[in-house]
Design a protein around this ligand. Structure first.
Ligand code: GDP
Ligand code: CA
Length: 315
């Protein structure tokens, strides 16, 4: 069986670990979000690809959900001692090595998809991990900045500055994927979708993870031809973790399983897993309530099994 799954960071990675356990014989291709990617200290950082790679490859900091296990922060401290900005982004020493390798290979002319393949040669995540695009498409957030008393000034900042530095505390007026119109799906993305028996949307951020991937020209229309099952990241009217509600609010969507199902729409979604106690009613989308909290690999596997069963039923 060929399975394609989109993925952001933590929610996507934990779901995928369950999916691997639920479908050990399946060929799984993961299309990862690269809208969160950023250049820092001359290095190219791809947080979501790395979270998937480390989680499936056994190198993730388990409690934190991102970054390396057994991490130290000597380089970060040394950079701070030089007064180098930014100081709000946490990169550990082990993690730095990944970004150095990536930046070196990109500098030598390899596309991100080839670089990701090379990094995965070490981590052996057990899936084919593809960036959504080899082109630069970066999420920016428009905010109104008010500096002590003066009238607010509208400006666009990189998603990471809004998410990590500001903790999404300043309302986003808009969220824009800069470069989306000119981006092409990475090599292998459309082929994998064409060959897929089922497509899964894990409980990743519907705006800045899944929504970003869907904006790369050609990807959404290819997915619409397939049986697509989604897992709601919203449980009881709130994100299970993180600040996805701030992203949904920015695009005028309520933080409910219902509103996210409507956002994806019946042209994309065939089936939708929601938490027990939630309700969704969208014509053309089959909804099933299930326990949706991923406490561990087994509970994530149980969600993946439910998604595959629903796909089987609808196919
Ligand atoms: P990020 O890039 O690290 O923010 O990760 P993702 O975009 O992949 O996922 C973030 C989303 O995962 C958030 O909206 C959370 O609500 C959701 N999430 C995290 N853990 C769980 C869980 O155990 N169950 C469900 N249903 N959603 C989860
Ligand atoms: Ca992310």
């Amino acid at each position: 069986m060929h399975i394609v799954s989109l993925a952001g960071g933590i929610g996507g990675a934990r779901f995928l670990r369950g999916l691997k356990a639920a479908a050990p014989d399946a060929e799984i291709t993961v299309i990862g979000n690269t809208g969160d990617d950023i250049n820092l200290y001359g290095l190219r950082i791809c947080p979501d690809l790395d979270t998937v790679m480390y989680t499936l490859g056994g190198g993730i900091h388990e409690e934190q959900g991102w970054g390396r296990t057994g991490e130290t922060f000597a380089v970060k401290e040394e950079l701070a001692a030089y007064g180098v900005e930014p100081q709000w982004f946490g990169l550990g020493d082990r993690d730095f090595a990944t970004h150095i390798v990536r930046t070196q290979m990109l500098g030598a002319g390899y596309p991100l998809s080839a670089v990701t393949r090379a990094l995965c040669d070490r981590w052996r995540p057990g899936v084919t991990l593809l960036p959504m695009t080899d082109d630069r498409a970066e999420t920016h957030v428009v905010i109104d900045e008010s500096a002590d008393g003066s009238p607010p000034r509208r400006k666009a900042i990189h998603f990471q500055e809004w998410w990590v530095r500001l903790r999404a505390s300043v309302p986003a007026q808009a969220i824009i994927l800069v470069g989306a119109d000119d981006a092409k799906p990475a090599p292998g993305v459309l082929d994998a979708i064409a060959q897929a028996d089922v497509v899964l949307l894990p409980p990743s951020n519907p705006v800045v993870s899944i929504g970003t991937i869907l904006q790369i020209p050609g990807i959404r229309s290819a997915l619409e031809e397939k049986t697509v099952i989604g897992v709601s990241p919203i449980v009881g009217g709130a994100p299970v973790r993180g600040m996805a509600d701030a992203c949904l609010t920015a695009i005028g969507v309520e933080t409910t399983a219902q509103a996210v199902a409507e956002l994806y729409g019946p042209s994309l979604l065939d089936g939708w897993l929601i938490a027990e106690g939630d309700e969704t009613n969208v014509a053309g989308i089959a909804t099933r309530p299930r326990p949706l909290i991923m406490h561990d690999v087994e509970s994530a596997a149980e969600i993946a099994r439910a998604a595959l069963e629903l796909a089987e039923e609808l196919r």
